[in-house]
Design a protein around this ligand. Structure first.
Ligand code: SAH
Ligand code: SF4
Length: 370
Protein backbone atom coordinates (compact mmCIF):
# COMPACT_ATOMS: atom_id res chain seq x y z
CA UNK A 1 0.00 0.00 0.00
CA UNK A 2 1.33 3.44 -0.96
CA UNK A 3 2.08 5.68 2.00
CA UNK A 4 0.03 8.87 2.43
CA UNK A 5 1.91 12.18 2.41
CA UNK A 6 0.90 14.10 5.54
CA UNK A 7 2.04 17.36 3.90
CA UNK A 8 -0.54 16.96 1.14
CA UNK A 9 -3.36 17.85 3.55
CA UNK A 10 -4.97 21.05 4.72
CA UNK A 11 -6.23 21.00 8.33
CA UNK A 12 -9.77 19.62 7.75
CA UNK A 13 -8.53 16.85 5.44
CA UNK A 14 -5.72 15.93 7.84
CA UNK A 15 -8.28 15.67 10.65
CA UNK A 16 -10.46 13.49 8.46
CA UNK A 17 -7.54 11.24 7.55
CA UNK A 18 -6.52 10.82 11.19
CA UNK A 19 -10.06 10.18 12.42
CA UNK A 20 -11.29 7.92 9.62
CA UNK A 21 -8.13 6.05 8.64
CA UNK A 22 -6.27 6.01 11.93
CA UNK A 23 -9.03 6.20 14.49
CA UNK A 24 -7.20 9.10 16.16
CA UNK A 25 -8.81 12.12 17.86
CA UNK A 26 -8.93 15.40 15.85
CA UNK A 27 -6.49 17.21 18.20
CA UNK A 28 -3.67 15.03 16.81
CA UNK A 29 -3.94 17.05 13.58
CA UNK A 30 -2.95 20.26 15.38
CA UNK A 31 0.02 18.49 16.97
CA UNK A 32 1.14 17.05 13.64
CA UNK A 33 0.90 20.43 11.93
CA UNK A 34 2.96 22.01 14.71
CA UNK A 35 5.73 19.43 14.29
CA UNK A 36 5.69 19.40 10.48
CA UNK A 37 5.64 23.17 9.97
CA UNK A 38 6.87 25.02 13.07
CA UNK A 39 9.32 22.37 14.25
CA UNK A 40 10.05 21.47 10.61
CA UNK A 41 10.65 17.74 11.20
CA UNK A 42 10.98 15.45 8.19
CA UNK A 43 10.20 12.12 9.85
CA UNK A 44 7.26 10.85 11.90
CA UNK A 45 9.84 9.22 14.18
CA UNK A 46 11.00 12.69 15.29
CA UNK A 47 7.60 13.63 16.72
CA UNK A 48 8.48 12.95 20.35
CA UNK A 49 5.14 14.31 21.54
CA UNK A 50 3.66 11.06 20.16
CA UNK A 51 4.19 7.73 21.90
CA UNK A 52 6.55 5.25 20.25
CA UNK A 53 3.57 3.03 19.42
CA UNK A 54 1.72 5.89 17.75
CA UNK A 55 4.80 6.94 15.76
CA UNK A 56 5.27 3.37 14.58
CA UNK A 57 1.66 2.77 13.60
CA UNK A 58 1.44 6.11 11.76
CA UNK A 59 4.70 5.39 9.92
CA UNK A 60 3.14 2.22 8.49
CA UNK A 61 0.61 4.30 6.58
CA UNK A 62 1.97 7.81 6.21
CA UNK A 63 5.11 9.89 5.70
CA UNK A 64 6.23 13.54 5.64
CA UNK A 65 7.35 14.61 2.17
CA UNK A 66 10.25 16.98 1.41
CA UNK A 67 11.82 18.34 -1.77
CA UNK A 68 15.09 17.01 -3.17
CA UNK A 69 17.81 19.69 -3.27
CA UNK A 70 19.59 19.00 -6.56
CA UNK A 71 22.03 21.88 -6.31
CA UNK A 72 22.84 24.68 -3.88
CA UNK A 73 24.99 27.53 -5.12
CA UNK A 74 26.31 30.57 -3.27
CA UNK A 75 27.07 33.70 -5.22
CA UNK A 76 29.93 36.10 -4.48
CA UNK A 77 27.40 38.61 -3.11
CA UNK A 78 25.98 36.07 -0.66
CA UNK A 79 22.87 35.17 -2.68
CA UNK A 80 22.06 31.46 -2.35
CA UNK A 81 20.32 29.57 -5.10
CA UNK A 82 18.46 26.31 -4.47
CA UNK A 83 17.57 24.07 -7.36
CA UNK A 84 14.89 21.53 -6.36
CA UNK A 85 14.05 18.37 -8.24
CA UNK A 86 10.34 17.51 -8.06
CA UNK A 87 9.05 13.94 -7.83
CA UNK A 88 8.31 13.92 -11.56
CA UNK A 89 11.86 15.01 -12.47
CA UNK A 90 11.02 18.66 -13.17
CA UNK A 91 13.10 21.42 -11.62
CA UNK A 92 12.17 24.57 -9.76
CA UNK A 93 14.27 27.12 -7.94
CA UNK A 94 14.32 29.38 -4.91
CA UNK A 95 16.75 32.19 -4.17
CA UNK A 96 17.79 33.35 -0.71
CA UNK A 97 18.74 37.03 -0.62
CA UNK A 98 20.79 38.30 2.33
CA UNK A 99 20.22 41.77 3.85
CA UNK A 100 23.08 43.65 2.20
CA UNK A 101 21.86 42.50 -1.19
CA UNK A 102 18.23 43.13 -0.33
CA UNK A 103 18.21 46.88 -0.90
CA UNK A 104 14.56 47.21 -0.11
CA UNK A 105 15.00 46.91 3.62
CA UNK A 106 12.53 48.77 5.75
CA UNK A 107 14.64 51.06 7.84
CA UNK A 108 12.15 51.16 10.63
CA UNK A 109 12.27 47.71 12.10
CA UNK A 110 8.90 46.25 12.96
CA UNK A 111 6.83 48.61 10.81
CA UNK A 112 4.93 45.64 9.41
CA UNK A 113 4.48 44.12 12.79
CA UNK A 114 1.37 42.18 13.58
CA UNK A 115 0.66 42.34 17.28
CA UNK A 116 0.93 39.01 19.01
CA UNK A 117 2.72 37.28 16.16
CA UNK A 118 5.38 34.93 17.50
CA UNK A 119 7.31 34.69 14.26
CA UNK A 120 7.37 38.46 13.88
CA UNK A 121 9.03 38.95 17.24
CA UNK A 122 11.79 36.64 16.09
CA UNK A 123 12.02 38.27 12.69
CA UNK A 124 12.45 41.72 14.22
CA UNK A 125 15.61 40.65 16.01
CA UNK A 126 17.18 38.86 13.09
CA UNK A 127 18.69 40.33 9.92
CA UNK A 128 16.35 40.48 6.96
CA UNK A 129 16.65 37.32 4.91
CA UNK A 130 14.31 37.11 1.95
CA UNK A 131 13.43 33.88 0.19
CA UNK A 132 12.17 34.11 -3.38
CA UNK A 133 10.03 31.08 -4.22
CA UNK A 134 8.44 29.59 -7.34
CA UNK A 135 4.74 29.00 -7.93
CA UNK A 136 4.91 27.00 -11.18
CA UNK A 137 7.44 24.93 -13.13
CA UNK A 138 7.90 27.19 -16.15
CA UNK A 139 5.39 29.90 -17.02
CA UNK A 140 2.72 30.33 -19.67
CA UNK A 141 2.71 34.14 -19.71
CA UNK A 142 5.66 34.35 -22.10
CA UNK A 143 7.15 37.77 -21.30
CA UNK A 144 9.82 38.29 -23.92
CA UNK A 145 12.59 39.44 -21.59
CA UNK A 146 12.16 36.49 -19.19
CA UNK A 147 13.95 33.18 -19.51
CA UNK A 148 11.26 31.30 -17.55
CA UNK A 149 8.77 32.71 -20.04
CA UNK A 150 10.87 31.45 -22.93
CA UNK A 151 10.88 27.93 -21.46
CA UNK A 152 7.09 27.83 -21.52
CA UNK A 153 4.70 26.25 -19.07
CA UNK A 154 5.44 22.85 -17.53
CA UNK A 155 2.98 22.53 -14.65
CA UNK A 156 1.42 24.14 -11.59
CA UNK A 157 3.09 23.48 -8.25
CA UNK A 158 1.09 21.76 -5.53
CA UNK A 159 0.57 23.72 -2.28
CA UNK A 160 3.06 21.42 -0.52
CA UNK A 161 5.69 22.06 -3.24
CA UNK A 162 5.32 25.81 -2.78
CA UNK A 163 5.51 25.63 1.03
CA UNK A 164 8.31 23.07 1.05
CA UNK A 165 10.70 25.50 -0.65
CA UNK A 166 10.43 27.62 2.51
CA UNK A 167 10.73 24.69 4.93
CA UNK A 168 13.61 23.09 3.06
CA UNK A 169 15.69 26.27 2.80
CA UNK A 170 14.90 27.04 6.46
CA UNK A 171 16.31 23.62 7.46
CA UNK A 172 19.47 24.29 5.43
CA UNK A 173 20.16 27.73 6.86
CA UNK A 174 19.30 27.19 10.55
CA UNK A 175 19.99 28.89 12.93
CA UNK A 176 19.54 31.79 10.49
CA UNK A 177 15.86 32.53 9.80
CA UNK A 178 13.92 33.41 6.70
CA UNK A 179 12.21 36.70 7.59
CA UNK A 180 10.49 37.55 4.28
CA UNK A 181 9.00 35.56 1.44
CA UNK A 182 8.45 36.78 -2.11
CA UNK A 183 6.58 34.81 -4.79
CA UNK A 184 8.84 36.11 -7.54
CA UNK A 185 10.60 32.96 -8.68
CA UNK A 186 9.44 30.84 -11.57
CA UNK A 187 5.85 31.06 -12.66
CA UNK A 188 2.84 33.36 -12.49
CA UNK A 189 1.27 32.90 -9.03
CA UNK A 190 -2.15 34.19 -10.11
CA UNK A 191 -2.30 31.54 -12.84
CA UNK A 192 -2.07 28.96 -10.04
CA UNK A 193 -4.26 30.88 -7.62
CA UNK A 194 -5.98 27.92 -5.94
CA UNK A 195 -2.74 26.21 -4.96
CA UNK A 196 -0.97 29.49 -4.16
CA UNK A 197 -3.86 30.50 -1.88
CA UNK A 198 -3.69 27.11 -0.13
CA UNK A 199 0.09 27.52 0.26
CA UNK A 200 -0.40 31.01 1.74
CA UNK A 201 -2.88 29.60 4.26
CA UNK A 202 -0.31 26.98 5.31
CA UNK A 203 2.51 29.54 5.57
CA UNK A 204 0.46 31.92 7.68
CA UNK A 205 -1.63 29.48 9.76
CA UNK A 206 0.65 26.44 10.13
CA UNK A 207 4.07 28.08 10.00
CA UNK A 208 2.78 31.37 11.53
CA UNK A 209 4.71 33.38 8.96
CA UNK A 210 3.44 37.02 9.19
CA UNK A 211 1.23 37.96 6.23
CA UNK A 212 2.84 41.36 5.91
CA UNK A 213 6.20 39.75 5.31
CA UNK A 214 4.97 37.86 2.26
CA UNK A 215 4.77 39.48 -1.19
CA UNK A 216 3.10 38.02 -4.25
CA UNK A 217 4.34 39.29 -7.61
CA UNK A 218 2.13 39.14 -10.68
CA UNK A 219 2.46 40.03 -14.34
CA UNK A 220 -1.01 41.58 -13.97
CA UNK A 221 -3.84 39.06 -14.38
CA UNK A 222 -6.40 41.80 -13.59
CA UNK A 223 -9.48 39.72 -12.57
CA UNK A 224 -7.35 37.53 -10.30
CA UNK A 225 -5.94 40.61 -8.55
CA UNK A 226 -9.55 41.36 -7.64
CA UNK A 227 -10.14 37.76 -6.55
CA UNK A 228 -6.93 37.40 -4.53
CA UNK A 229 -8.03 39.09 -1.27
CA UNK A 230 -11.21 36.98 -1.24
CA UNK A 231 -9.42 33.63 -1.43
CA UNK A 232 -6.03 34.13 0.26
CA UNK A 233 -4.57 35.75 3.38
CA UNK A 234 -3.85 39.48 2.88
CA UNK A 235 -0.29 39.44 1.60
CA UNK A 236 1.54 42.33 -0.10
CA UNK A 237 1.02 42.76 -3.81
CA UNK A 238 3.74 43.48 -6.37
CA UNK A 239 2.86 44.09 -10.01
CA UNK A 240 5.33 43.78 -12.88
CA UNK A 241 4.26 46.82 -14.85
CA UNK A 242 7.37 47.12 -17.03
CA UNK A 243 5.92 49.63 -19.50
CA UNK A 244 3.76 52.74 -19.60
CA UNK A 245 1.92 52.40 -22.93
CA UNK A 246 -0.21 49.49 -24.13
CA UNK A 247 1.84 49.35 -27.31
CA UNK A 248 5.14 48.74 -25.53
CA UNK A 249 3.65 46.58 -22.80
CA UNK A 250 1.92 44.31 -25.33
CA UNK A 251 5.21 44.00 -27.19
CA UNK A 252 7.18 42.77 -24.18
CA UNK A 253 4.32 41.17 -22.18
CA UNK A 254 1.71 39.47 -24.40
CA UNK A 255 -0.66 39.22 -21.39
CA UNK A 256 -1.25 42.96 -21.87
CA UNK A 257 -3.32 42.23 -24.98
CA UNK A 258 -5.84 40.56 -22.65
CA UNK A 259 -5.60 42.84 -19.66
CA UNK A 260 -4.46 46.24 -20.82
CA UNK A 261 -2.92 48.92 -18.62
CA UNK A 262 -6.21 50.66 -17.79
CA UNK A 263 -8.01 47.50 -16.60
CA UNK A 264 -4.89 46.48 -14.69
CA UNK A 265 -4.61 49.86 -12.97
CA UNK A 266 -8.32 49.76 -12.13
CA UNK A 267 -7.91 46.37 -10.40
CA UNK A 268 -4.85 47.70 -8.53
CA UNK A 269 -6.64 50.86 -7.38
CA UNK A 270 -9.40 48.71 -5.90
CA UNK A 271 -7.00 46.35 -4.13
CA UNK A 272 -7.59 46.72 -0.37
CA UNK A 273 -4.50 47.93 1.48
CA UNK A 274 -3.88 47.83 5.22
CA UNK A 275 -2.84 51.06 6.99
CA UNK A 276 0.56 52.13 5.62
CA UNK A 277 0.35 49.35 3.03
CA UNK A 278 1.77 49.99 -0.43
CA UNK A 279 1.65 48.32 -3.82
CA UNK A 280 5.07 47.50 -5.25
CA UNK A 281 5.53 48.14 -8.96
CA UNK A 282 8.32 46.24 -10.65
CA UNK A 283 9.78 47.84 -13.72
CA UNK A 284 12.39 45.95 -15.73
CA UNK A 285 14.42 48.56 -17.59
CA UNK A 286 15.05 47.52 -21.19
CA UNK A 287 17.46 49.84 -23.02
CA UNK A 288 15.72 51.93 -25.68
CA UNK A 289 12.37 50.22 -25.08
CA UNK A 290 10.87 51.53 -21.82
CA UNK A 291 13.62 53.62 -20.19
CA UNK A 292 13.04 57.12 -21.60
CA UNK A 293 12.21 60.24 -19.63
CA UNK A 294 8.77 60.24 -21.28
CA UNK A 295 8.25 56.73 -19.85
CA UNK A 296 9.23 57.98 -16.40
CA UNK A 297 6.72 60.84 -16.67
CA UNK A 298 3.96 58.49 -17.81
CA UNK A 299 4.79 56.13 -14.94
CA UNK A 300 4.40 58.96 -12.43
CA UNK A 301 0.94 59.70 -13.90
CA UNK A 302 -0.13 56.05 -13.81
CA UNK A 303 0.82 55.73 -10.14
CA UNK A 304 -0.88 58.97 -9.13
CA UNK A 305 -2.59 58.66 -5.73
CA UNK A 306 -1.72 54.96 -5.38
CA UNK A 307 0.29 54.28 -2.20
CA UNK A 308 3.22 52.63 -3.94
CA UNK A 309 6.92 52.12 -4.44
CA UNK A 310 8.76 51.26 -7.62
CA UNK A 311 11.46 48.64 -7.95
CA UNK A 312 13.61 49.41 -10.98
CA UNK A 313 15.31 46.25 -12.26
CA UNK A 314 17.92 46.80 -14.97
CA UNK A 315 17.38 43.99 -17.49
CA UNK A 316 19.39 40.90 -16.60
CA UNK A 317 20.71 39.72 -19.96
CA UNK A 318 20.90 36.12 -21.04
CA UNK A 319 22.22 34.26 -24.05
CA UNK A 320 20.29 35.00 -27.20
CA UNK A 321 18.24 37.75 -25.56
CA UNK A 322 17.00 40.50 -27.85
CA UNK A 323 17.11 43.28 -25.22
CA UNK A 324 19.84 45.55 -23.86
CA UNK A 325 20.63 46.50 -20.28
CA UNK A 326 20.50 50.30 -20.09
CA UNK A 327 23.61 52.20 -18.99
CA UNK A 328 23.97 53.09 -15.30
CA UNK A 329 23.44 56.79 -16.17
CA UNK A 330 20.16 56.06 -17.91
CA UNK A 331 18.96 53.94 -14.98
CA UNK A 332 19.85 56.73 -12.54
CA UNK A 333 18.17 59.36 -14.73
CA UNK A 334 14.99 57.25 -14.80
CA UNK A 335 15.07 56.87 -11.03
CA UNK A 336 15.68 60.61 -10.57
CA UNK A 337 12.68 61.51 -12.72
CA UNK A 338 10.51 59.35 -10.46
CA UNK A 339 11.92 60.53 -7.14
CA UNK A 340 11.82 64.18 -8.24
CA UNK A 341 8.08 63.70 -8.75
CA UNK A 342 7.64 62.29 -5.26
CA UNK A 343 7.64 58.56 -6.11
CA UNK A 344 9.65 56.09 -4.07
CA UNK A 345 11.92 54.30 -6.53
CA UNK A 346 14.64 51.80 -5.67
CA UNK A 347 17.16 50.33 -8.09
CA UNK A 348 17.42 46.59 -7.59
CA UNK A 349 20.89 45.48 -8.51
CA UNK A 350 21.14 42.25 -10.38
CA UNK A 351 21.44 39.65 -7.66
CA UNK A 352 23.74 36.66 -7.86
CA UNK A 353 24.53 37.25 -11.50
CA UNK A 354 27.46 34.82 -11.28
CA UNK A 355 25.20 31.92 -10.34
CA UNK A 356 22.51 32.90 -12.83
CA UNK A 357 20.19 33.88 -10.00
CA UNK A 358 17.80 35.88 -12.14
CA UNK A 359 14.29 34.61 -12.76
CA UNK A 360 14.44 31.12 -14.21
CA UNK A 361 18.01 31.13 -15.38
CA UNK A 362 19.49 28.20 -13.43
CA UNK A 363 16.54 26.06 -14.42
CA UNK A 364 17.27 26.95 -18.00
CA UNK A 365 20.84 25.73 -17.59
CA UNK A 366 19.53 22.31 -16.58
CA UNK A 367 16.99 22.30 -19.35
CA UNK A 368 19.64 22.98 -21.95
CA UNK A 369 21.89 20.20 -20.60
CA UNK A 370 19.30 17.47 -21.07
N1 SAH B 1 5.36 36.01 -12.80
C1 SAH B 1 5.52 36.98 -11.79
C2 SAH B 1 6.60 36.65 -10.77
C3 SAH B 1 7.86 36.05 -11.31
S1 SAH B 1 8.84 37.06 -12.36
C4 SAH B 1 5.77 38.35 -12.39
O1 SAH B 1 5.98 38.44 -13.59
O2 SAH B 1 5.70 39.32 -11.64
C5 SAH B 1 9.63 38.11 -11.14
C6 SAH B 1 10.18 39.41 -11.68
O3 SAH B 1 11.34 39.17 -12.51
C7 SAH B 1 9.20 40.19 -12.55
O4 SAH B 1 9.08 41.51 -12.07
C8 SAH B 1 9.85 40.19 -13.92
O5 SAH B 1 9.49 41.35 -14.61
C9 SAH B 1 11.33 40.09 -13.56
N2 SAH B 1 12.21 39.57 -14.63
C10 SAH B 1 11.99 38.51 -15.43
N3 SAH B 1 13.02 38.35 -16.29
C11 SAH B 1 13.91 39.33 -16.03
C12 SAH B 1 15.17 39.70 -16.59
N4 SAH B 1 15.72 39.01 -17.59
N5 SAH B 1 15.80 40.77 -16.06
C13 SAH B 1 15.25 41.47 -15.03
N6 SAH B 1 14.08 41.16 -14.45
C14 SAH B 1 13.40 40.11 -14.96
FE1 SF4 C 1 6.10 34.46 -16.31
FE2 SF4 C 1 6.76 36.47 -14.63
FE3 SF4 C 1 8.53 35.52 -16.42
FE4 SF4 C 1 6.43 36.92 -17.28
S1 SF4 C 1 8.12 37.66 -15.97
S2 SF4 C 1 7.18 35.00 -18.17
S3 SF4 C 1 4.88 36.25 -15.85
S4 SF4 C 1 7.68 34.41 -14.71
Amino acid sequence: MALTDLKSFDKPSLEEFLIKKEGLPAFRAGQLLHWMYEKNVTGIGEITEFSKTLRESLSQKAFISTLKVKERLTSGDGTEKYLFELDDGNFIESVLIPPDVDQDRDKKIGRNKEPGSKADTLADKTPRLTLCISSQAGCAVGCRFCLTGKLGFIRDLEPREIVEQVLSVQRHIAPRKITNIVLMGMGEPLNNLKNVAAALVRLTEFLHFPKRRITLSTAGIAPRITELPQVAPMVNLAVSLNATTDETRSLIMPINKRYGISSLMQAIRRFPLPPRGRITFEYVLLGGINDSQADARRLVKLLHAIPSKVNLIPFNGHEGSEFQTPSAERVLAFQKALTDSGCTAIIRKSKGADILAACGQLKAKYELKK
